[in-house]
Design a protein around this ligand. Structure first.
Ligand code: FAD
Length: 312
Protein backbone atom coordinates (compact mmCIF):
# COMPACT_ATOMS: atom_id res chain seq x y z
CA UNK A 1 0.00 0.00 0.00
CA UNK A 2 1.03 3.60 -0.49
CA UNK A 3 1.11 6.76 1.59
CA UNK A 4 -1.18 9.70 0.82
CA UNK A 5 0.04 13.21 1.62
CA UNK A 6 -2.50 16.04 1.72
CA UNK A 7 -1.27 19.22 0.03
CA UNK A 8 -1.86 22.60 1.60
CA UNK A 9 -2.09 25.40 -0.93
CA UNK A 10 -1.85 29.16 -0.59
CA UNK A 11 -1.60 31.98 -3.11
CA UNK A 12 2.03 31.03 -3.82
CA UNK A 13 1.27 27.35 -4.50
CA UNK A 14 2.08 24.32 -2.36
CA UNK A 15 3.31 25.33 1.09
CA UNK A 16 6.78 24.32 2.27
CA UNK A 17 5.15 22.49 5.20
CA UNK A 18 3.57 20.06 2.70
CA UNK A 19 7.03 19.29 1.29
CA UNK A 20 8.09 18.43 4.87
CA UNK A 21 5.11 16.05 5.03
CA UNK A 22 6.26 14.49 1.74
CA UNK A 23 9.76 13.99 3.17
CA UNK A 24 8.26 12.37 6.30
CA UNK A 25 6.04 10.13 4.14
CA UNK A 26 9.15 9.02 2.24
CA UNK A 27 10.48 7.45 5.46
CA UNK A 28 7.79 4.73 5.31
CA UNK A 29 9.56 3.21 2.30
CA UNK A 30 6.36 2.99 0.27
CA UNK A 31 5.09 4.89 -2.75
CA UNK A 32 4.03 8.43 -1.89
CA UNK A 33 0.99 10.04 -3.54
CA UNK A 34 -0.08 13.66 -3.12
CA UNK A 35 -3.70 14.80 -2.93
CA UNK A 36 -3.95 18.21 -4.53
CA UNK A 37 -7.46 19.55 -3.94
CA UNK A 38 -8.38 23.10 -4.85
CA UNK A 39 -9.57 25.08 -7.82
CA UNK A 40 -7.66 26.20 -10.93
CA UNK A 41 -4.89 23.78 -10.16
CA UNK A 42 -3.26 23.34 -13.58
CA UNK A 43 -0.25 25.56 -12.83
CA UNK A 44 0.21 24.23 -9.30
CA UNK A 45 -0.04 20.59 -10.45
CA UNK A 46 2.53 21.17 -13.21
CA UNK A 47 4.95 22.54 -10.62
CA UNK A 48 4.18 19.84 -8.04
CA UNK A 49 5.03 17.14 -10.58
CA UNK A 50 8.73 17.72 -10.04
CA UNK A 51 8.70 17.61 -6.22
CA UNK A 52 11.16 14.94 -5.19
CA UNK A 53 9.74 11.73 -3.77
CA UNK A 54 6.25 11.68 -5.31
CA UNK A 55 5.11 8.94 -7.65
CA UNK A 56 1.56 10.20 -8.27
CA UNK A 57 -0.48 13.36 -7.82
CA UNK A 58 -4.25 13.06 -7.44
CA UNK A 59 -5.77 16.30 -8.67
CA UNK A 60 -9.28 17.17 -7.45
CA UNK A 61 -10.01 20.47 -9.19
CA UNK A 62 -13.38 21.89 -8.15
CA UNK A 63 -14.80 25.18 -6.87
CA UNK A 64 -15.82 23.61 -3.53
CA UNK A 65 -12.18 22.83 -2.70
CA UNK A 66 -11.02 26.42 -3.11
CA UNK A 67 -9.94 28.04 0.17
CA UNK A 68 -9.29 24.67 1.87
CA UNK A 69 -12.69 24.42 3.59
CA UNK A 70 -12.35 21.27 5.74
CA UNK A 71 -16.08 20.44 5.59
CA UNK A 72 -15.78 20.00 1.81
CA UNK A 73 -12.42 18.24 1.82
CA UNK A 74 -13.39 15.67 4.46
CA UNK A 75 -15.71 13.55 2.22
CA UNK A 76 -12.96 13.43 -0.41
CA UNK A 77 -10.42 12.24 2.13
CA UNK A 78 -12.87 9.71 3.60
CA UNK A 79 -13.33 8.30 0.10
CA UNK A 80 -9.60 8.08 -0.72
CA UNK A 81 -7.96 7.18 2.59
CA UNK A 82 -9.04 3.47 2.81
CA UNK A 83 -6.88 2.72 -0.27
CA UNK A 84 -3.78 3.84 1.64
CA UNK A 85 -1.89 2.54 4.65
CA UNK A 86 -1.19 6.02 6.04
CA UNK A 87 -2.39 9.56 5.41
CA UNK A 88 0.10 12.31 6.24
CA UNK A 89 -0.31 16.09 6.50
CA UNK A 90 1.66 18.87 8.16
CA UNK A 91 0.52 19.81 11.67
CA UNK A 92 -0.64 23.26 10.58
CA UNK A 93 -4.11 24.73 11.24
CA UNK A 94 -5.14 23.19 7.90
CA UNK A 95 -3.87 19.68 8.66
CA UNK A 96 -5.07 19.74 12.25
CA UNK A 97 -8.52 20.80 11.06
CA UNK A 98 -8.88 18.17 8.34
CA UNK A 99 -7.29 14.88 9.40
CA UNK A 100 -9.08 14.29 12.73
CA UNK A 101 -12.44 14.73 10.98
CA UNK A 102 -11.63 11.97 8.50
CA UNK A 103 -10.08 9.76 11.21
CA UNK A 104 -13.26 10.00 13.30
CA UNK A 105 -15.53 9.20 10.35
CA UNK A 106 -13.33 6.26 9.31
CA UNK A 107 -12.83 5.06 12.89
CA UNK A 108 -9.08 5.06 12.17
CA UNK A 109 -6.08 5.94 14.33
CA UNK A 110 -5.10 9.62 14.53
CA UNK A 111 -1.58 10.55 15.68
CA UNK A 112 -0.88 14.28 15.92
CA UNK A 113 2.32 16.37 15.85
CA UNK A 114 4.65 13.50 15.04
CA UNK A 115 8.32 14.46 15.37
CA UNK A 116 9.87 11.08 14.53
CA UNK A 117 8.77 8.07 12.53
CA UNK A 118 10.23 5.07 14.33
CA UNK A 119 8.50 2.44 12.18
CA UNK A 120 5.35 2.23 10.07
CA UNK A 121 3.14 2.25 13.17
CA UNK A 122 5.39 3.68 15.87
CA UNK A 123 5.78 7.42 16.24
CA UNK A 124 7.32 9.93 18.65
CA UNK A 125 5.28 13.00 19.56
CA UNK A 126 5.82 15.68 22.22
CA UNK A 127 3.48 15.90 25.20
CA UNK A 128 3.23 18.25 28.21
CA UNK A 129 4.21 21.32 26.19
CA UNK A 130 7.19 19.55 24.70
CA UNK A 131 8.66 18.54 28.07
CA UNK A 132 8.31 14.83 27.33
CA UNK A 133 8.41 12.80 24.17
CA UNK A 134 5.90 9.96 24.02
CA UNK A 135 6.50 6.96 21.79
CA UNK A 136 3.10 5.80 20.62
CA UNK A 137 2.01 2.84 18.54
CA UNK A 138 -0.99 2.99 16.25
CA UNK A 139 -3.00 -0.23 15.82
CA UNK A 140 -2.79 -2.13 12.53
CA UNK A 141 -4.92 -0.65 9.77
CA UNK A 142 -5.26 2.86 8.45
CA UNK A 143 -3.48 5.62 10.39
CA UNK A 144 -3.73 9.36 9.84
CA UNK A 145 -0.82 11.41 11.12
CA UNK A 146 0.15 15.05 11.23
CA UNK A 147 3.87 15.77 11.33
CA UNK A 148 5.67 18.78 12.76
CA UNK A 149 7.04 20.49 9.66
CA UNK A 150 10.01 22.07 11.43
CA UNK A 151 11.63 18.70 12.21
CA UNK A 152 11.43 17.14 8.74
CA UNK A 153 13.52 18.81 6.07
CA UNK A 154 11.26 19.73 3.14
CA UNK A 155 11.44 17.55 0.02
CA UNK A 156 13.22 19.33 -2.83
CA UNK A 157 11.04 21.12 -5.37
CA UNK A 158 12.90 19.47 -8.21
CA UNK A 159 14.13 16.01 -9.10
CA UNK A 160 10.77 14.18 -9.25
CA UNK A 161 8.49 13.28 -12.13
CA UNK A 162 5.13 12.25 -10.68
CA UNK A 163 2.21 11.01 -12.77
CA UNK A 164 -0.87 13.22 -12.67
CA UNK A 165 -4.33 11.69 -12.28
CA UNK A 166 -7.47 13.79 -12.25
CA UNK A 167 -10.06 12.48 -9.81
CA UNK A 168 -13.76 13.20 -9.32
CA UNK A 169 -14.83 15.81 -6.79
CA UNK A 170 -17.23 14.91 -3.98
CA UNK A 171 -19.36 18.06 -4.14
CA UNK A 172 -20.15 20.85 -1.74
CA UNK A 173 -21.06 19.53 1.72
CA UNK A 174 -23.32 22.56 2.09
CA UNK A 175 -22.29 23.14 5.70
CA UNK A 176 -19.88 26.03 5.38
CA UNK A 177 -19.69 28.97 3.04
CA UNK A 178 -16.38 30.71 2.50
CA UNK A 179 -16.96 34.43 3.06
CA UNK A 180 -13.59 36.17 2.93
CA UNK A 181 -9.98 35.89 4.00
CA UNK A 182 -7.97 38.71 5.49
CA UNK A 183 -4.35 38.34 4.53
CA UNK A 184 -1.75 40.24 6.49
CA UNK A 185 0.61 41.68 3.89
CA UNK A 186 4.14 41.91 5.21
CA UNK A 187 7.62 42.25 3.78
CA UNK A 188 8.92 40.17 6.64
CA UNK A 189 9.52 36.42 6.33
CA UNK A 190 6.85 33.96 7.47
CA UNK A 191 7.12 33.18 11.19
CA UNK A 192 7.04 29.39 10.76
CA UNK A 193 9.95 29.25 8.34
CA UNK A 194 12.00 32.40 9.09
CA UNK A 195 15.74 31.94 9.70
CA UNK A 196 15.73 34.70 12.30
CA UNK A 197 12.87 35.41 14.73
CA UNK A 198 12.75 38.11 17.39
CA UNK A 199 9.94 38.07 19.90
CA UNK A 200 8.50 40.15 22.67
CA UNK A 201 6.50 39.48 25.79
CA UNK A 202 4.01 41.22 28.03
CA UNK A 203 6.80 43.48 29.28
CA UNK A 204 6.62 45.55 26.08
CA UNK A 205 3.59 47.16 27.76
CA UNK A 206 1.43 48.30 24.83
CA UNK A 207 0.69 47.63 21.19
CA UNK A 208 2.48 50.84 20.20
CA UNK A 209 5.58 49.97 22.24
CA UNK A 210 5.58 46.39 20.95
CA UNK A 211 5.55 47.40 17.29
CA UNK A 212 7.59 50.59 17.72
CA UNK A 213 10.36 48.79 19.61
CA UNK A 214 10.64 45.50 17.71
CA UNK A 215 9.83 46.41 14.09
CA UNK A 216 12.94 48.52 13.35
CA UNK A 217 15.16 45.71 14.69
CA UNK A 218 13.25 43.07 12.71
CA UNK A 219 13.75 45.17 9.58
CA UNK A 220 17.50 45.37 10.24
CA UNK A 221 17.77 41.62 10.80
CA UNK A 222 15.31 40.53 8.09
CA UNK A 223 13.56 38.72 10.93
CA UNK A 224 10.00 37.58 11.57
CA UNK A 225 8.38 38.85 14.76
CA UNK A 226 6.89 36.51 17.34
CA UNK A 227 5.10 37.12 20.62
CA UNK A 228 4.19 35.36 23.82
CA UNK A 229 0.61 34.43 24.50
CA UNK A 230 0.48 37.10 27.21
CA UNK A 231 1.45 39.74 24.63
CA UNK A 232 -1.15 38.43 22.19
CA UNK A 233 -3.91 38.14 24.78
CA UNK A 234 -3.35 41.72 25.89
CA UNK A 235 -3.73 42.94 22.31
CA UNK A 236 -0.11 44.01 21.76
CA UNK A 237 0.52 41.60 18.91
CA UNK A 238 -1.73 39.79 16.42
CA UNK A 239 -2.82 36.23 17.12
CA UNK A 240 -0.78 34.67 14.31
CA UNK A 241 2.45 35.98 15.88
CA UNK A 242 2.07 33.73 18.93
CA UNK A 243 4.96 31.35 19.41
CA UNK A 244 4.60 28.23 21.53
CA UNK A 245 2.52 25.21 22.34
CA UNK A 246 -0.73 26.84 21.26
CA UNK A 247 0.88 29.10 18.69
CA UNK A 248 3.47 28.45 16.01
CA UNK A 249 6.29 26.00 16.66
CA UNK A 250 9.46 27.44 15.13
CA UNK A 251 13.01 26.27 14.44
CA UNK A 252 14.95 29.33 13.23
CA UNK A 253 18.73 29.61 13.14
CA UNK A 254 18.50 32.50 15.61
CA UNK A 255 15.76 33.31 18.13
CA UNK A 256 15.97 36.45 20.28
CA UNK A 257 13.47 36.78 23.12
CA UNK A 258 12.98 40.25 24.63
CA UNK A 259 11.19 40.37 27.97
CA UNK A 260 9.93 36.81 27.70
CA UNK A 261 9.79 34.88 30.98
CA UNK A 262 10.23 31.46 29.36
CA UNK A 263 7.08 29.62 30.44
CA UNK A 264 7.02 25.93 29.47
CA UNK A 265 4.29 26.56 26.90
CA UNK A 266 6.44 29.20 25.19
CA UNK A 267 9.67 27.22 25.36
CA UNK A 268 7.87 24.21 23.84
CA UNK A 269 7.64 26.23 20.62
CA UNK A 270 11.26 27.38 20.39
CA UNK A 271 13.25 24.35 21.54
CA UNK A 272 14.41 23.49 18.03
CA UNK A 273 15.89 26.97 17.42
CA UNK A 274 19.64 26.59 16.77
CA UNK A 275 20.68 29.60 18.87
CA UNK A 276 18.48 31.18 21.55
CA UNK A 277 19.29 34.62 22.93
CA UNK A 278 17.33 36.06 25.85
CA UNK A 279 17.20 39.60 27.21
CA UNK A 280 15.43 39.89 30.54
CA UNK A 281 15.75 42.12 33.62
CA UNK A 282 15.25 39.14 35.94
CA UNK A 283 18.40 36.99 36.25
CA UNK A 284 16.23 34.10 37.50
CA UNK A 285 13.85 34.14 34.53
CA UNK A 286 13.38 30.55 33.29
CA UNK A 287 14.18 31.59 29.70
CA UNK A 288 17.85 31.72 30.72
CA UNK A 289 17.77 27.95 31.31
CA UNK A 290 17.22 27.32 27.62
CA UNK A 291 19.14 30.31 26.24
CA UNK A 292 22.57 29.91 24.61
CA UNK A 293 23.28 33.58 25.31
CA UNK A 294 21.61 35.62 28.03
CA UNK A 295 21.70 39.31 28.82
CA UNK A 296 20.29 40.62 32.11
CA UNK A 297 19.22 44.04 30.92
CA UNK A 298 16.28 46.29 30.12
CA UNK A 299 14.95 45.56 26.65
CA UNK A 300 14.03 49.21 26.18
CA UNK A 301 17.77 50.02 26.28
CA UNK A 302 19.03 46.93 24.45
CA UNK A 303 16.70 46.91 21.43
CA UNK A 304 17.37 50.51 20.30
CA UNK A 305 21.11 50.08 20.93
CA UNK A 306 21.20 46.89 18.89
CA UNK A 307 19.12 48.41 16.10
CA UNK A 308 21.41 51.44 15.93
CA UNK A 309 24.55 49.27 15.98
CA UNK A 310 23.22 47.18 13.07
CA UNK A 311 22.54 50.31 11.02
CA UNK A 312 26.24 51.12 10.89
P1 FAD B 1 5.48 37.15 31.84
O1 FAD B 1 5.48 35.75 32.31
O2 FAD B 1 4.70 38.14 32.60
O3 FAD B 1 6.99 37.58 31.75
C1 FAD B 1 7.45 38.88 31.46
C2 FAD B 1 8.96 38.84 31.56
O4 FAD B 1 9.48 40.08 31.12
C3 FAD B 1 9.49 38.58 32.97
O5 FAD B 1 10.41 37.52 32.93
C4 FAD B 1 10.18 39.90 33.34
O6 FAD B 1 11.33 39.70 34.15
C5 FAD B 1 10.56 40.45 31.99
N1 FAD B 1 10.67 41.91 31.91
C6 FAD B 1 9.85 42.83 32.43
N2 FAD B 1 10.25 44.09 32.08
C7 FAD B 1 11.35 43.93 31.29
C8 FAD B 1 12.21 44.83 30.59
N3 FAD B 1 11.99 46.16 30.60
N4 FAD B 1 13.26 44.32 29.89
C9 FAD B 1 13.49 42.98 29.85
N5 FAD B 1 12.70 42.08 30.51
C10 FAD B 1 11.65 42.55 31.19
N6 FAD B 1 2.53 31.22 26.16
C11 FAD B 1 3.19 31.39 25.01
O7 FAD B 1 4.04 32.27 24.87
N7 FAD B 1 2.88 30.59 23.92
C12 FAD B 1 1.96 29.61 23.99
O8 FAD B 1 1.72 28.93 22.99
C13 FAD B 1 1.27 29.40 25.21
N8 FAD B 1 0.35 28.43 25.33
C14 FAD B 1 -0.25 28.22 26.54
C15 FAD B 1 -1.15 27.16 26.69
C16 FAD B 1 -1.74 26.94 27.90
C17 FAD B 1 -2.70 25.78 28.04
C18 FAD B 1 -1.46 27.78 29.01
C19 FAD B 1 -2.09 27.53 30.35
C20 FAD B 1 -0.59 28.83 28.88
C21 FAD B 1 0.02 29.08 27.65
N9 FAD B 1 0.92 30.13 27.47
C22 FAD B 1 1.58 30.25 26.29
C23 FAD B 1 1.11 31.15 28.52
C24 FAD B 1 2.37 30.95 29.34
O9 FAD B 1 2.10 30.07 30.40
C25 FAD B 1 2.86 32.29 29.92
O10 FAD B 1 1.82 32.86 30.70
C26 FAD B 1 3.32 33.32 28.89
O11 FAD B 1 4.20 32.73 27.96
C27 FAD B 1 4.02 34.46 29.61
O12 FAD B 1 4.27 35.50 28.71
P2 FAD B 1 5.40 36.59 28.99
O13 FAD B 1 6.72 35.92 29.08
O14 FAD B 1 5.21 37.63 27.96
O15 FAD B 1 4.93 37.25 30.37
Amino acid sequence: MSILVIAEIDSHGIKAATRSAIAAAGQFGEEVHLLLAGSDLAGIAAKAKSINGLSKILVADAAEYAHGVAENLTPLLVKLAPSYSTVVAAATSFGKNLLPRAAALLDAAMVSEVTKIVSARTFVRPIYAGNLNATVEAPAGLALITIRPTVFEAAAETGGDAAIENIAATGDAGKTTFVSRELAVSDRPELATAKVVISGGRSLGSKEAFHGTLEPLAAQLGAAIGATRAAVDSGMAPNDWQVGQTGTVIAPDLYIAFGVSGAAQHVGGIKDAKVIVAVNTDPDAPIFQVADYGLVADLFNVVPELTAALQH
